[in-house]
Structure formats: C-alpha cells, structure tokens
Design a protein. Structure first.
Length: 337
C-alpha cells in the first residue's frame, strides 16, 4: 500500500523553507520535488526527496506509483525578473509545469477515489493597472479587477489560476464518466519578505534586498522610487495562510483564488526603518525605469475580505511588528552567525 504524503514542489525556494518546517512540525509526512538537492537541514525533515523537473513525466509517474498524495503545495516557479529575460522558459516552467502537476493530481485523485487538495501560490503580478493615476484611484483592488498583467510571470500565474479552476470544476466536462478530482485553492500573494532566505529575483524584492544588504554591510541602490507602494507580507504569515487555506473545509470556500496582504508601506518607509535598525546602512535610489513600470502596474493595496470571511485569514504581523519582532532581530542574528 502506498504511503499518504504531502507533496511540495519547488521545495528549496523561499516559501519552501518555511513551509517544510511548518508541515514537519505538524507531523505531516513530506515528499519534495526540486531541480536541486535540498539543504541538509530541510532534507532531514522529509520522507523522500526527488531531484528533477516538474516537466519530467517519468519522475511524476514514479511519484504516482510510490506514494498516495492527498495534498500538493505547488511552489515551483520561475520568478518575475528572470521570466522577463526568458519568457519561453518561464512558460515551460510556470504553465507547462503547473499543467503537469494538475494532471498528476487528477490521476492521483482518481487512484484513491477522493479529491487531492492542490494549493497554489499566485502573485500580485496577476494584476495590471495602466497608470499611476488609476492605481491611486483604484484603492484596494479585488480579485477580479484589473486582471491584465504586464509581465510574463503575471500572465503565467493568472492563466494557471484559470487552469486550476478548470480542473476543479470543469475537467473533461463533455465526458460522461469523468469526475474532477482536484480541489484547487490559490493564494494571490503580495510581496513576501523572509528573514530565513535571501531574495531570489522577484520584482518586489527591493524590500528584502534593502534589509539584507544593510545587514551584510553592503551598499544598495533601490531600483524603485521612494513613493512606490505595494502590499507586503512576511514569510511566517504567508506560511500560516497556506496552511489555513489547505485545512479549510471545501464547503466554506466561495472562490478558487484569494487575495491576502498584511501591510503596504511605501519604499521610503521601508528605507527609514532599515536605516534606523542599521545606522551604517548605505541605501540610495537608482530607479530602474522598466522595473518601476512593472511595480507601478500592481495595486497599492488589495482587498482580502474574501479570505478573512471564508477561512478567517488574519495576519499576525503589521508593518511595525514585522520589522521590530521578526525581520530586524532574525536577520541580525543570521549575519552575525
């Protein structure tokens, strides 16, 4: 008999570090899939570690044969900045890879006769507002507004949200004997800031780059204007949101994709709190016009009321507490070590 487990793809990334630790602490047996081996501290927490591509059918067939997977956290992705340089590769990883995993989850669900919960982190990049005036007037943007992304990454994420909804509700709808076996649940994350890992190429990474650079004693030229404003969340709240959404009874969910957010400072406010914590910080401003245009197309804030109503989403860290209680002390400790 196959062993029931949770599958985490892209397990070695920023979200994967915290999620694996949280899942292991909850006693969940974990199987991981990543293109690179996990760090030893993470590897010790998992039942089995597969190294390879989500676009490798033989690897997915081995997973299907060896384990009974009832929960998938599909984190593997090519992030926004890199995706702009390699859009075809981005599509292969972000879209083809997700389609492979959804089909895998459908077959897995058919195999053991119940839906597989499929949790998918999407992004604020799924939005696209045309100009700063519209962004200011829009206020808190709801999930179904301004879904006209400017980036390949945003297009990939938005399309995969729709793929997930299709697999959950309309899969092979003309076939007489096919039942959807994917319980797709999506979080549309804001910018994420972690103390445990370094930034990995996201267009919202000016915030974590600022604080990690200051902690390392390096000069940093911020690539956005001081007045730039988008929503953010720290990694512990993001991990808890993933766990909460995965555990919520299906009947309580009214959407397949949910906004979540915690605070939305402008870049100057982040600069000021980092400079206060690290008096020797050397942070300057050097706007990258192209990256600035992308960030300007994202909402200044999002409406996460649906998540708060449906599954009681409630971040524990506002802006002040995020920096004072989590980011500053943890990052100082990280680089002191």
């Amino acid at each position: 008999m196959r062993t029931p487990v949770t599958l985490v793809t892209g397990a070695g990334g920023e979200i994967g570090h915290g999620l694996i630790t949280r899942l292991a602490g909850a006693g969940r047996p974990i199987v991981t899939l990543d293109i690179a081996p996990l760090e030893p501290a993470l590897s010790r927490l998992v039942v089995r570690e597969f190294t390879g591509s989500i676009n490798d059918p033989s690897l997915l067939e081995r997973l299907l044969a060896q384990f009974e997977i009832d929960l998938v956290f599909h984190l593997a992705a090519l992030l926004s900045t890199r995706s702009e340089f390699t859009p075809t590769t981005a599509h292969q990883v972000n879209v083809d890879g997700t389609l492979n995993l959804l089909e895998f989850a459908q077959h897995e669900g058919e195999s053991h006769g119940r839906p597989v919960v499929f949790v998918y982190p999407s992004s604020i990049a799924a939005y696209g507002l045309p100009d700063l005036e519209t962004k200011t007037q829009a206020g808190k943007v709801r999930e179904d507004d301004w879904n006209t992304p400017l980036t390949m990454y945003g297009c990939n994420k938005l399309y995969c949200e729709h793929l997930g909804r299709y697999y959950a509700h309309h899969y092979k709808q003309l076939a007489a004997d096919t039942v959807p076996r994917v319980d797709f649940r999506c979080l549309r994350f804001p910018g994420l800031i972690s103390a445990a890992t370094v930034p990995a190429g996201g267009t919202s990474d000016y915030a974590p780059e600022m604080i990690h650079g200051a902690a390392r004693g390096e000069s940093y030229a911020c690539f956005v204007r001081p007045d730039t404003r988008i929503p953010f969340m720290i990694m512990p709240d993001a991990i808890e949101a993933l766990m909460q959404l995965a555990a919520t009874p299906r009947a309580r969910l009214t959407r397949s994709a949910y906004n979540v957010s915690a605070f939305n400072p402008d870049a100057q406010a982040i600069h000021d709190v980092v400079e206060q914590a690290f008096p020797r910080a050397r942070i300057t401003w050097k706007t990258d016009r192209k990256r600035q245009a992308i960030v300007d197309s994202w909402p200044a804030d999002v409406d996460d009321g649906a998540a708060r109503r449906d599954w009681k989403f409630a971040p524990q860290y506002d802006f002040d507490r995020a920096f004072a209680d989590y980011l500053i002390p943890r990052i100082k400790e990280r680089y002191a070590a």
